[in-house]
Design a protein around this ligand. Structure first.
Ligand SMILES: [Zn+2]
Length: 468
């Protein structure tokens, strides 16, 4: 047993002073509440006390959509002329070159950086299944490298295993496989990790342009069979609507609806170009959405109708997607700022659905709803869920002076100010420390850097003196 104490603890929907969280040896929360009451419990008497003095303790954030290897694009592909150029000149060439060591180096960088930013769970949407060079099936090894990197860092991973069976371009050769083969692999992976609380396997047919109807139906069927939700990229770019209309004679969500696939197991990723009828449909069927505000800006995708969806009661989670700067605190802020710029009004998501402005609505997107869409017992500090938590330094410049006031001022600052990396002092996953005093516990940053230096897949700069 461990007893966590902090100046302020986010319990249910508010920061509470002088509270405590009791965590069992499996990393599950046993009790929360006023410090003295929790301390007086018979099962707390012999607990190891972890006193996070001067800090606020809150649920760890959840990046519900990530492609970890895309961190390797940083520094060489930030300013392409267009999305098309980004894909053709940067993304696909990287995919072509990506060997095992480079994949692992990228995943370690991504997950370690996430942990340092207060992310405790990632939904890793993984679509590399074949070896470089000869495109021989290599799905098992590639999956284990990515899952292994998350375990090495210590964060929880929902492995969103793609089903991808459409190849239109050369760069997709590493992604495609027959759906039956994907299904076999997903079943095997799910069985392998059934008893592992740190790894959860979910089917993820890639998109309407990357997967056939057969593959998408297979993914949804596997989700029913395995008792999970399933994820699919949907209506990310305006062109995705035209594609769906051209090849399936309907808008993206209506295509899935025609196939009978819109229900509470569906998690649509992006949904930027869902029309008003589709937004209502998502709500009526109790499906969920993952939004990736930073990536949507970087790629020029557009602005997702988040205040509308939140008002309709759709659980909206957040993802860091291409991971240019993977911080879910940042995504909370970006989600709200895009709504403000789009609607020319302040207080968009905090007032969505009516009532007084409540920043908890933004906070839920990066915590509670992330856990929902990834089927994880996390995202809230309450009994029965895993103790996945982050401790923020109340004296950090990025949170001062609101952090001194406590309560709602902390929640306000965390969801709207840029939470400095220096503010994240400790990160715990299932009760185990992953970051302590701002440093990785399970590996060193030096190792991450050394792995990257050896990553052969990193792009080379031509004609720059001193560049590798
Ligand atoms: Zn994606």
């Amino acid at each position: 047993m461990k007893l966590f104490l902090a100046d302020w603890i986010h319990l249910d929907r508010a920061f509470v002073p002088d509270a405590a969280v009791l965590v069992d040896d499996d990393g599950r929360i046993v009790a929360t509440g006023p410090r003295e009451a929790v301390r007086a419990r018979p099962d707390a008497l012999a607990a190891e006390v972890v006193d996070l003095e001067g800090k606020a303790l809150l649920p760890g954030t959840i990046s519900a959509h990530s492609h970890s290897f895309q961190v390797l694009l940083r520094g060489t592909s930030d300013h392409p002329a267009s999305f098309r150029d980004w894909v053709k000149q940067h993304l696909y060439p990287l995919v072509e070159r990506l060997d095992h060591e480079s994949l692992e180096a990228g995943a370690l960088l991504c997950f370690a950086q996430m942990a340092r930013a207060g992310v405790t769970s990632v939904g890793e949407f993984h679509y590399l299944q074949n070896a470089p060079d000869d495109y021989a099936p290599d799905a098992d090894r590639l999956a284990e490298i990515v899952i292994g990197a998350a375990r090495r860092v210590g964060i929880r991973i929902a492995f969103l295993r793609a089903i991808y069976d459409v190849q239109e371009r050369f760069g997709q050769a590493r992604m495609v496989e027959p759906p039956a083969q994907s299904a076999e692999h997903i079943r095997a992976l799910a069985a392998r990790y059934r008893d592992d609380p740190f790894v959860h396997v979910m089917p993820a047919p890639h998109s309407l342009h990357g997967a056939t109807r057969e593959a998408i139906e297979l993914g949804a069927g596997l989700a029913r069979e395995l008792g999970t939700r399933w994820h699919i990229h949907l209506a990310e770019q305006r062109g995705d609507v035209g594609y769906a209309e051209r090849f399936h004679q309907a808008t993206p969500l209506r295509v899935l609806d025609r196939w009978g696939l819109v229900d509470e197991r569906l998690v649509a990723v992006h949904g930027i170009w869902l029309d008003a009828g589709e937004q209502k449909l998502l709500a009526e069927r109790k499906a969920a959405l993952v939004s990736n505000p930073s990536t949507n800006q970087i790629l020029g995708d557009g602005i997702a109708p988040l205040s509308e969806l939140v008002a309709l009661g759709v659980p909206v989670a957040l993802g860091t997607d291409l991971n240019q700067s993977p911080s879910v605190f940042q995504e909370m802020r970006q989600a709200e700022m895009l709504q403000r710029v789009h609607h020319l009004r302040m207080g968009m998501i905090p007032t969505a659905g009516g009532g007084a402005p409540d920043p908890q609505r933004l906070f839920d997107m990066g915590t509670r709803h992330g856990a929902t869409v990834l089927d994880l017992a996390a995202g809230v500090l309450e009994p029965g869920r895993f103790f996945d938590a982050v401790a923020l330094d109340l004296s950090d410049p990025s949170l001062l002076p609101g952090s001194l006031l406590g309560g709602t001022a902390i929640l306000s600052a965390v969801t709207c100010c840029v939470v400095g990396k220096s503010a994240v002092r400790d990160t715990f996953v299932g009760g185990r420390p992953v970051i302590r005093d701002g440093k990785l516990v399970n590996l060193t940053w030096l190792e991450v850097v050394e792995r990257l230096k050896k990553a052969k897949a990193l792009p080379r700069l031509e004609g720059v003196p001193g560049a590798r």
